[in-house]
Ligand binder design. Structure first.
Ligand code: N01
Length: 503
C-alpha cells in the first residue's frame, strides 16, 4: 500500500472524481465549504471518461452540452467530442479550479456506515477510516462493468476484456476478434476494430436503432469565436440545449412524435448496408427510443465489410478457443471484446452503504427497487446525497446538466444546515414515496415502458428506476433550493426539530 494520507475527519466526503465529484468539489469550494475530501479508486479525475478508453470512444451528446456551465471549453475540436478531449477538459478544469489538494487517488471506499449516536459517517477505505458529517456519492451509474453470464466464459484461453477495461497492450492487428453486444459502446468499437482485425464477428442479441451522427470538425472561425467571444459559445450551447429538450415529448408522451427519427435511422441502414439480408438483420423490432438511440455513420458500413460477420444466433457457450451459437456453429477467435454494459439498476455501492438502522441501501431497495427523494436523498440514510441517483438518467441530453442541478441542491442543503444549526437531514418516507409514485405514474406512458423492448433502464421488479421522465429544466426547477420541509432534521443539540419549525 502506498502512503496516501487521509484526514481523520472532514465535513463532506465525496466518493468519485468524475463529473459529479469534481463538480461538487468546485462548487463547494466556491461557496465557502472547503472542508471536503474527494476520493477515487482511479489515478486521476474523469470517472467514466478516464475508464472508457476503447478505440473510437466519444461522446454521443454534443460537445457544447458536455461541459460544466461554469467552465465552458473553447478547445473542443469537433461537434461531438472524442474521449481524450473530454478527459483533458476534466483534468484542466480540476487544475484550474485549485481543488486537487483535497482529492486522493488510488483510494477505494470499502464501506460507509452511519453512526446515529455520534451523527457521523464512518467511511472505511483501503487507506484507513475517515469520519464525515456529510457523504456524497458520485460514483456513477455506469462504472461497474457487467460481464455476461455465458457458460464457459472463464475457460476462454485467448484475450478477453470488457469495453470499459480495454487492454491497450494487446494488438488486434490481423487477429480474429469477436465483439459481444451492440449497445452504445459496441457501435463505437466495431468500426475501429474492423480496421485492424483480420476477421470480426459481431454478436447481436437485439438490433439497436442507430441514427446518423451529425459530427463535424469545428471551423477555425468557430474555434476563434469560442475562445474570444464567450457569448457565441453560450448561444451554441443554449440552442443545442433547447433543441434537445424538444425530443422529450417523443419519449415521454407520444412515441409517434419520433417517426421522423425512425425514418432517419432506416435511411441510415439503407445508406450504410448494401446486402438486403443484413439490412433485415439490423432492423430493430421495437419502437425507437425504447432503448437508448445510438448515433453512428460508420457502424453499418463496417458491418457491411467482407471480413465482418453479424451473428444473430444466441450464444450457447464460450470454449477455450471460440464462441458456439445456439445452432451449434463454432467460430474460433483470438480475442473477445465484451461490450455488454454496466450494473445499472443494482448499483454495487448500495451493498456498502449502511444507514440509520444498520441496513444497507441494497437492503432498503431489495423489495421496491432503487428509490430516492429527488434522485438525491434517501429515507433511513441521514446526510447522504447521491449524485446520479435513482431516476436521474437521460436519453436525450447531457447528464452534466442533471449533475449540476443535484450539486446546487446539495449546496443549498449545506447552506441551510449551517444557517439553522442543523446536524442531520433525512427525507421523510412520505416525501420519498410521493416523489416516486409521481415518477412511476409518469413512467407508464413513456416509450421506455410501452416500446416493446427489454433494456437496462428496467429493474427486476419491472420498474424503470434509472431515467427521468420529464424535461431537464423541470428537474432543475425542482432541485433549485433545498426543501427542508420535506425532511426530518435534528439540531446540533440532538433535539429533533418539529417540522412546523423548519419550513
Ligand atoms: O452497454 P449497453 P454499453 N449476450 O448495456 C448486449 C453509455 N454510453 O456499454 O440489447 C449477448 O447499452 C446487449 O444486448 P441487448 C450509454 O448511456 C455513453 O454499450 O440487451 N449480448 C447490448 O447490445 C449507454 O446506454 C456513451 O439484447 C449481450 C449490449 O450487450 C451505456 O453507456 C458511449 C449479453 C450492452 O449494451 C451503456 O452502453 C458509450 C449477453 N449475455 C456508452 N448481455 C456516450 O457517448 C448484454 N448483451 C455518452
Amino acid at each position: 500500500m502506498t502512503s496516501i494520507s487521509l484526514p481523520e475527519r472532514v465535513r463532506v466526503f465525496v466518493v468519485g472524481a468524475g463529473f459529479a465529484g469534481l463538480g461538487t468539489a468546485i462548487k463547494l469550494d466556491e461557496h465557502g465549504f472547503g472542508d471536503f475530501l474527494v476520493v477515487d479508486k482511479g489515478q486521476s479525475v474523469g470517472g467514466t471518461w478516464r475508464d472508457n478508453t476503447y478505440p473510437g470512444a466519444a461522446c454521443d451528446v454534443p460537445s457544447q452540452l458536455y461541459s460544466f456551465s461554469f467552465a465552458p471549453n473553447p478547445d473542443w475540436s469537433r461537434s461531438f467530442s472524442p474521449q481524450p478531449e473530454i478527459q483533458a477538459y476534466l483534468e484542466r478544469t480540476a487544475r484550474e479550479a485549485g481543488v486537487l489538494d483535497r482529492f486522493r487517488f488510488g483510494v477505494t471506499v470499502e464501506d460507509a456506515a452511519w453512526d446515529e449516536e455520534e451523527r457521523v459517517w464512518h467511511i472505511g477505505t483501503d487507506h484507513g477510516e475517515v469520519l464525515a458529517d456529510i457523504l456524497v456519492t458520485g460514483s456513477g451509474g455506469l462504472s461497474e462493468p457487467k460481464l455476461p453470464d455465458i457458460a464457459g466464459i472463464d475457460s476462454f484461453a485467448g484475450e478477453i476484456f470488457h469495453s470499459a477495461r480495454w487492454n491497450h497492450d494487446y494488438d488486434l492487428t490481423g487477429k480474429r476478434v469477436a465483439v459481444i453486444g451492440t449497445g452504445a459502446s459496441a457501435i463505437q468499437i466495431v468500426p475501429e476494430v474492423a480496421k485492424q482485425a483480420a476477421h470480426l464477428d459481431v454478436y447481436q442479441r437485439t438490433a439497436p436503432w442507430v441514427m446518423p451522427r451529425g459530427d463535424r470538425p469545428y471551423k477555425a472561425i468557430e474555434r476563434f469565436a469560442f475562445r474570444h467571444l464567450p457569448l457565441v459559445q453560450k448561444a451554441y450551447r443554449t440552442g443545442i440545449y433547447w433543441g434537445r429538450e424538444c425530443f422529450v415529448p417523443g419519449f415521454t408522451i407520444n412515441p409517434r412524435l419520433a417517426v421522423p427519427a425512425k425514418k432517419l435511422a432506416l435511411q441510415n441502414i439503407e445508406r450504410g448496408i448494401s446486402d438486403p439480408e443484413l439490412r433485415k438483420a439490423v432492423t430493430p423490432h421495437f419502437q425507437i427510443g425504447c432503448k437508448r438511440i445510438l448515433i453512428s455513420n460508420d457502424y453499418y458500413p463496417a458491418l457491411d465489410s467482407d471480413h465482418v460477420d453479424l451473428v444473430t444466433d444466441g450464444i450457447r457457450e464460450i470454449t477455450p478457443t471460440g464462441i458456439v451459437t445456439a445452432d451449434g456453429t463454432v467460430r474460433e477467435v483470438d480475442a473477445i471484446v465484451v461490450a455488454t454494459g454496466f450494473y445499472t439498476t443494482e448499483q454495487p455501492i448500495a451493498e456498502h452503504v449502511k444507514g440509520r438502522d444498520g441496513r444497507t441501501l441494497a437492503d432498503a431497495w431489495r423489495e421496491t427497487g432503487m428509490a430516492a427523494y429527488k434522485g438525491t436523498t434517501i429515507a433511513g440514510f441521514p446526510n447522504l446525497f447521491q449524485i446520479v441517483g435513482p431516476n436521474t438518467g437521460l436519453g436525450h441530453s447531457s447528464m452534466v446538466f442533471i449533475i449540476e442541478s443535484q450539486i446546487a441542491y446539495i449546496r443549498s442543503a449545506l447552506q441551510q444546515m449551517g444557517e439553522r444549526g442543523i446536524a442531520t437531514v433525512e427525507p421523510t418516507q412520505q416525501a420519498q414515496d410521493a416523489w416516486n409514485d409521481d415518477v412511476q405514474r409518469r413512467m407508464k406512458r413513456t416509450v421506455w415502458s410501452t416500446g416493446g423492448c427489454a433494456s437496462w433502464y428496467i429493474d427486476s421488479h419491472g420498474r424503470n428506476t434509472t431515467l427521468w421522465p420529464r424535461t431537464t429544466f423541470a428537474f432543475r426547477g425542482l432541485l433549485r433550493s433545498f426543501d427542508l420541509d420535506q425532511y426530518v432534521v435534528t439540531r446540533r443539540t440532538a433535539t429533533p426539530i418539529p417540522q412546523e419549525n423548519v419550513a
